[in-house]
Ligand binder design. Sequence first.
Ligand SMILES: [Fe+2]
Ligand SMILES: [Fe+2]
Length: 198
Amino acid sequence: MITNHDSRQKLIAILQLAYSGELAAAYAYRGHWQSISAAHERDAIRNIEADEWRHRQLIGEMLSTLGSGPNQRRERRATIIGRTLGLLCHVMGWLTAMYGAGRLESRNVREYETAARHARDCGCVDFIDCLLEMAEVEWDHEHYFRSRVLSHWLGRRLPLWPQPEPRETIRLAHDDEGGQSAPEAQLPAGAEPVTRTV
Ligand SMILES: [Fe+2]
Ligand SMILES: [Fe+2]
């Protein structure tokens, strides 16, 4: 039987993971946009870096509300990984960096959906809307990097990571499982609700 305490511990664990993951992502994107010459791509990835710093701040506040904080071992690891990836962006090539970013972002969508589920299960309902909004922003990030990969002749020939479900299903799936996200989350005419197994 899953208890409220179990869900709270799971929520803290996934928020600590996400908090450090955002640090690694922000450092990696800083190197990524600095390695790119096209102004529209530099601006887009710089905005994505800003999103990751904002996410990190929000998650930090949630951890504090839960009476917890960052995992220092994960923080050190994330700093090394993020800075290393940021440097590698300067040498590994445009397509590799775009591909790697898109693949990682698809995981981030699921991470925030799972966190929203744990928040619901342990009664932290105030976190849910924010967590689902972050899942939506990660969906936008994945969509951007996928579009960049597909804009390249070689990228169109590569096997891509699984495409996330449509953006609107993030809130619909949560509501369908008994959670409440936001009043605007309505099932579009003809759309099938998504049943998740995670
Ligand atoms: Fe993020
Ligand atoms: Fe992201």
